[in-house]
Design a protein around this ligand. Structure first.
Ligand SMILES: Cc1cc2nc3c(=O)[nH]c(=O)nc-3n(C[C@H](O)[C@H](O)[C@H](O)COP(=O)(O)OP(=O)(O)OC[C@H]3O[C@@H](n4cnc5c(N)ncnc54)[C@H](O)[C@@H]3O)c2cc1C
Length: 407
């Protein structure tokens, strides 16, 4: 187990500086254009692929870094560049983690490389769990997967919504109900391979922020996938369902494994929020020391200076919570106080607040698209919504502290 550290080691600092260069030279200059276009920034993803930032190897290396600081560092730097473009670059990772967490070695080896494609033909992947009537309440999911034993195929029907890269992805990872009696314990995840008939894109959403990231409905009509596309395999699923049925009969309560997975993945979203907050804070600081009113820089007014002090303090506090939770996740520490949810809650609320303060410090300029803080403020609003809303984070933290089941 790695000791918790608050400093990046030499190698991590090198990677961070390299990522920062990419974020500053390639992502940030493209941000306003792709925000306006509201389209996936394929050329930027391709640039990221060329230098190895958009690749399975790179993420795997950071994901398994025993200090736990690899993924937060990557997220903070890329999202410092621009949240919409960065989400287009890391969105595939959400689907890849779904396969890593539940797939067999063969499934991991077959599907994850296809999710990324190659430098000359980059692909993206989508993770489809949310539905129109199943957002925070995942247990009310309706998309159904039925096994056709004669053909050894699963048949998927339903509508997914809010899927990042939904419909434009090659590989879709779809969560569906296999046993409606068991609530969220009766769900399973499936790979839908590229070009599978019956999967189509529904509505593409026009969003408030992160507009360079594609978000859409995914419609599944009699989508047939081979038995081998059930993540983890049929035998493991049957065993898991049998255990869940037995527990349901006996009334035994067990820790929710999905919750543990969320605790481990939420710090990454917290790190994205830290990146956006830091970006806005830097613009505001720079503006405050250069903009003069009443014959002196506006930072000479305590009303402005104290805001900057609070902004920086919150960002540093958020980063520390993110790093702690990420270290806990990598080192298998139990999240006895829902530290993963805590980090996401605090960092996302910080990003929303700090980007708003940045607009205030830039005055009229802050309110225009001539300066990036307006976009950053729109982008920041997503962090308190996806991967569990702030209310759900509070609910999880409170129930964990009180020792009562989450659901
Ligand atoms: C841009 C974007 C990208 C996304 N990407 C993906 C993706 O790739 N894959 C995917 O599967 N999903 C994705 N999502 C879905 C996202 O995870 C959901 O939007 C989120 O979980 C909230 O669900 P909902 O929108 O249905 O809100 P609801 O669950 O309807 O919540 C509405 C409001 O009620 C509150 N609320 C609900 N229940 C409670 C409660 N028990 N106590 C207190 N308050 C409560 C919520 O906090 C919220 O304020 C994405 C969403 C967006 C906007």
């Amino acid at each position: 187990m790695a000791e918790f550290t608050m400093e990046l080691n030499d190698e991590q600092q090198e990677v961070r500086d390299w990522l920062h260069g990419f974020a500053a030279d390639v992502i940030r200059p493209a941000a306003a254009e792709w925000d306006e276009r509201e389209e996936t920034p394929w050329p930027v993803i391709q640039e990221a692929a060329k230098i190895g930032v958009y690749s399975l190897d790179f993420y795997a290396q950071q994901y398994f870094d025993p200090t736990g600081l690899g993924i937060p560092m990557v997220m903070e730097e890329l999202f410092w560049g621009d949240a919409g473009i960065a989400l287009s670059i890391v969105g595939t990772g959400l689907a890849a983690v779904g396969v890593l967490a539940n797939g067999t070695e063969e499934q991991i080896g077959t599907w994850i490389p296809q999710m990324y494609g190659d430098v000359n033909d980059v692909k993206v992947a989508a993770f489809c769990s949310s539905e129109p009537d199943a957002g925070s309440d995942v247990a009310s999911m309706r998309t159904r997967a039925v096994y056709d034993e004669a053909k050894d195929e699963w048949v998927l029907n339903g509508t997914k919504t809010w899927a990042t890269n939904g419909g434009i992805a090659g590989v879709h990872v779809v969560v569906a109900v296999v046993d409606p009696e068991l609530g969220s314990k009766g769900h399973a995840s499936f790979i839908v391979p590229p070009g599978t008939p019956g999967l189509s894109q529904g509505q593409k959403f026009k969003k408030h922020g992160i507009r360079a990231s594609h978000t859409a409905e995914v419609v599944l009509e009699n989508v047939r996938v081979p038995g081998s596309c059930l993540l983890g395999g049929k035998e493991k699923l049957d065993e898991r369902l049998a255990r869940a049925r037995e527990r349901a009969r006996s009334g035994e309560r067990v820790k929710n494994a999905a919750m543990a997975t969320f605790e481990a993945s939420r710090p990454a979203v917290g790190a994205m929020a830290v990146g956006t907050a830091r970006a806005a804070y830097e613009v505001a600081l720079d503006y405050a020391v250069t903009r003069e009113q009443f014959g002196r820089p506006i930072v000479d007014n305590q009303g402005v200076a104290f805001q900057l002090a609070d902004m920086r303090t919150s960002i540093d506090a958020a980063r520390l919570l993110v790093w702690r939770a990420s270290w806990m996740a990598v080192n298998g520490k139990p999240f006895t106080a829902a530290e993963g949810s805590m980090s996401k809650l605090f960092a996302s609320e910080t990003a929303k607040k700090v980007t708003g303060q940045a607009i205030q410090i830039l005055g009229g300029n802050g309110y225009t698209r001539e300066y990036p803080v307006e976009r950053m403020h729109r982008d920041a609003a997503i962090y308190t919504i996806f991967e569990g809303t702030s209310e759900i984070q509070r609910l999880v933290i409170a129930r964990t502290l009180a020792g009562v089941p989450i659901r």
